[in-house]
Structure formats: C-alpha cells, structure tokens
Design a protein around this ligand. Structure first.
Ligand SMILES: Cc1cc2nc3c(=O)[nH]c(=O)nc-3n(C[C@H](O)[C@H](O)[C@H](O)COP(=O)(O)OP(=O)(O)OC[C@H]3O[C@@H](n4cnc5c(N)ncnc54)[C@H](O)[C@@H]3O)c2cc1C
Length: 440
C-alpha cells in the first residue's frame, strides 16, 4: 500500500485560557519517541478515539504504541463542550436515507451503545470527570419546537427511544432561568463531563494495560513496510508496526491527502464565567440548541457557566484575536442569559472540529491492516470512544470482522473542494437534530 503525502496549511492555535487545563488532574509528561521502535499496533492520536482503540488492542494482548503530536487530550477531546449526546451530527434521518431501515436501526443502536460504553468506561477505570446525567436539545421558536417534537416522536416510535421526554417552555424557563427556548427534548441517557479529565483517565487506563505512549511525537510520514506492515516517522524516531489506527482528529492532521480531503476543520470556541454562586440555575442538564450554528452550554461542577458557539465568525479576527473572541461569546451568552450582564468571563478557548461534508462519521480502511476514524462533526464525545473500540475490532479480525465498523465505513463521503483543502477556516456546524431541522 502507498500513502500519498499531503502537507496542509497550519491552522491557528486556539489554546486560549482553558478551564479544563487549569482543573486537570495531575498527569505525567510522556517522552517523545526517540528511537527506532517496533510494536504490534500503532495508534496515531491520543484523543478519545485513539485511546479507546489502544485500550481495546492492548486488551487483546498486543503491544501497542500511541503517538501524539502534542499532549494527551490536546485536540478536541480535551477542550470540547463536555456534552455527551446520542444520535449523530447529521441526525439519524440522514442515515436512514443512506443506510436503509435496517442499517439505520443498527446505526441508532451504535449511537446508544456509545453512551452506555462511555458510562461503563468511567466506572471501570474509575475516572473522576464530574459526570452528570441529562442533555437537552432546545428549540428557540415555536416552529422549531414543533419540528423537534416530531423528531422526538420519530425516535420514540421507530427506535424505541422511550427515554426521551419533552420539556415545555415553562419547565425550561424554570430550570435554566432563561426565556430563550420554546421547548426541548431531554435525553436522560446523555450527560456532561470534564472532557480533559475523562481523556486523561483513558490514557491512564491504557498505560496500566501496558500501552506505550509518546507525546510531542507528530507522525510526519507513513509508508508501507515490508510484509504488509507500516513504517511511521516522527521528528526524532521511527516506528514499525503491523496494525495501524489513525485517529488524528482535525488538527494538525495526518499527512494523508485522502483523509484530509474529506474533512473541513471548523472552529468552535467556549467561555467559562466565574462561579455563579446563588445565581446558579437549578437545572443539572447540558443544553444545545437547534440552530445551524448552535449555542451549547452547561454548568460546571464548581458552578460556572460554560458557554460555546453562537457566533457566525469566519476566519480572520475573531479566531485570532482573543479579545474579539471573548466579546462575541459574551454577546451570544447574554442573548440567553441577559440577567448576567455583570458576570465576569474567567476563561475562554477554542478547538477545531473535524466536519465531514455530510456531517456523517467517516470511518474506513486504508488496507487490511490500517483503519482511520474522523468526521465526528462536533458530535464525537461519546461516539469517538465507541468508534475506537470498533476500529480495534476491525483491525484485530481483519475485513468483515466488525460489521458495525463496516456499516459506518460504508457511508459515502465526498472530497471537499480545493479551497477547503487549503484550510480556509470557518465556523458553521449544526447539532444533530438541529441539522436535520435545517435540511429537511
Ligand atoms: C470546541 C469544541 C467543542 C465540542 N463540543 C462537543 C460536545 O459538547 N459534544 C460532543 O459530542 N462533541 C463535541 N466536540 C467534538 C468532540 O470533541 C470530538 O468529536 C472528539 O473529541 C474527537 O475525538 P478524536 O479522538 O477523534 O480527536 P482529537 O481529540 O482531536 O484527537 C486527535 C489527536 O491526534 C493528534 N494528531 C493529529 N495529527 C497527528 C499526527 N500527524 N501525529 C500524531 N498525532 C496527531 C492531535 O494532536 C490530537 O491530540 C467538540 C469539539 C470542539 C473542538
């Protein structure tokens, strides 16, 4: 197998002042790869997808090495909104059109399994990450509320999602202390967590299973090795392996044109306020609205509002200028909570989302012994862990060994136009059913 190399234009760093980094559990500094090493399996990318894949491969008795360009959790996994959601970024309706009734039914089950596996992992590996039950998808207007209710009924009737519950405007107002929403769907199986501490917990679990992990080790090139294996080169070392899982997220990207061409990196930013104290609303659930560029927010374990999205910014100033970023986030936050005009924003940061053109996840094989995962499109906190496990099963058993992996891998994906390949940053993505509401 040959890998066509590709060097993308670097994206601006959106590290900012991240609350998660400040409240992260102690973590070891992991050494860069500085030798010519060998392993049964290599995982590129220490986000949720890569780490869950590494755990599964190590459990099967393989010697596993994880190569991470920066630090564990420095991609989307350690800086996201912390909302664990079922379904898919494109909405199950889009998958019904592509997979047919039986395929869509299984895809729905995979999305629900992703949520239950996430909870199991937290329990099994004793990960202290502030998990709380409940996520709400909220509609701003009456028309959208009607569409959302219809979408909820569809899920209840077709997929048996009886846990979903409608919350009227009054109930939301009382729970959130906001008049912004006409109604919403509560999924008690969804929830929220501290994403960096969850990711660091996965890394700890992987290391306990014998996985060797190297930070500051960007994979710069990939080649087919002798005997069907792979050769990977980092700045100061090389690795030969038999099995390969590529889970590089949106940035800085893997050096493969075939993968890069199908992903548009989209920026999303989050701010955190100072603790709300007595002003903290009673609702314990996370909220995402149904707009094409959604607002999403939740209240952290120490009582802060964490508010993301809401700004239709395009490249330029808003992404590069932290003051402008904060102003826009603040404006969006005050549209939902006008009563908090005087509340101080203590942190703000951003990250890059790996959006596929149709917002469906993009899994695939690059040969019998190499698989990749990408395209979670802003909806990967739960799904990427499940994807890592499915990818590992697909690698361990070879073609046909993981029908669930193959089902998602069978989804058609178009390559993006050249302008997108040149990485013109923009921010526009829809939440799952929100996307459905805007495209149907
Ligand atoms: C601001 C923001 C908010 C979000 N909010 C939510 C949310 O509330 N709910 C939700 O479900 N999803 C959300 N998401 C999406 C979710 O975080 C992702 O879908 C998920 O974390 C993807 O995990 P991953 O492991 O695939 O990628 P990542 O976590 O990005 O991990 C990929 C890793 O690979 C590394 N890497 C890349 N290239 C190389 C290379 N060449 N060599 C070595 N390493 C490499 C990167 O450094 C990175 O650490 C959000 C994303 C962002 C950015």
């Amino acid at each position: 197998m040959s890998y066509a190399p590709f060097t993308p234009r670097p994206l601006p760093r959106l590290d900012g002042h991240c609350l998660y980094a400040e409240t992260a559990h102690a973590r070891p500094e992991l050494p860069a790869l500085r030798e010519a090493a060998e392993a049964d399996a290599c995982v590129v990318g220490a986000g949720i997808a890569g780490l869950c894949g590494a755990i599964e491969l190590a459990r099967a008795g393989l010697q596993v090495v994880v190569l991470e360009a920066r630090r564990v959790g420095s991609g989307a996994s350690g800086r996201n909104g912390g909302q664990a959601l079922g379904d898919f970024a494109c909405g199950i309706e889009a998958l019904e059109r592509r997979l047919g009734p039986a395929g869509a039914e299984r895809a729905w089950e995979i999305s629900q399994l992703a949520l239950s596996r996430l909870r199991e992992r937290i329990r099994e590996h004793v990960i202290d990450c502030d998990w709380r039950d409940g996520a709400v998808l909220a509609a701003r207007g009456e028309r959208q509320a009607a569409g959302l209710q219809a979408a909820m009924r569809h899920r209840q009737q077709r997929y048996g999602a009886e846990q979903l519950r409608w919350m009227g405007a009054e109930e939301l107002r009382a729970g959130l202390l906001s008049e912004r929403y006409a109604g919403g769907v509560l999924d008690p199986l969804g929830g929220q967590l501290h994403p960096l501490n969850y990711t660091l917990g996965l890394a700890r679990a992987a290391r306990a299973l014998g996985v060797r992990m190297h930070e500051h080790s960007p994979v710069l090139s990939l080649r087919a090795g002798s005997g069907g294996g792979h050769q990977l080169a980092c700045p100061q070392g090389q690795l030969r392996c038999r099995l390969l899982l590529l889970a590089g997220g949106a940035v800085p990207g893997l050096p493969l044109r075939r993968l890069q061409a199908r992903i548009l990196p989209v920026a999303s930013c989050i701010c955190a306020t100072e603790p709300l104290g007595a002003a903290l609303p009673p609702a314990g659930f996370a909220v995402c609205d149904t707009e094409f560029v959604p607002d999403y927010f939740r209240f952290s374990a120490d009582g802060r509002l964490l508010f993301g999205g809401g700004a239709h910014w395009r490249a330029g100033r808003a992404l590069r200028d932290p003051a402008e970023r904060r102003r826009r986030l603040r404006r969006a936050m005050l549209r939902v909570f006008p009563q908090w005009e005087s509340l101080r924003i203590s942190h703000d940061w951003g990250g890059w989302i790996d959006v596929s053109l149709n917002r469906a996840p993009d899994f695939g094989r690059l040969g019998p012994a190499a698989v990749y995962l990408q395209g979670f499109s802003g909806h990967g906190l739960a799904l990427s862990g499940m994807a890592g496990e499915l990818a590992a099963q697909a690698l361990l058993g070879g073609p046909g060994a993981s029908p669930d992996f193959d089902l998602i891998a069978g989804l058609p994906h178009a390559a993006l136009p050249l302008s997108a390949l040149l990485r013109i940053p923009m921010a526009a993505f829809g939440a799952s059913w929100g996307c459905f509401l805007h495209t149907s």
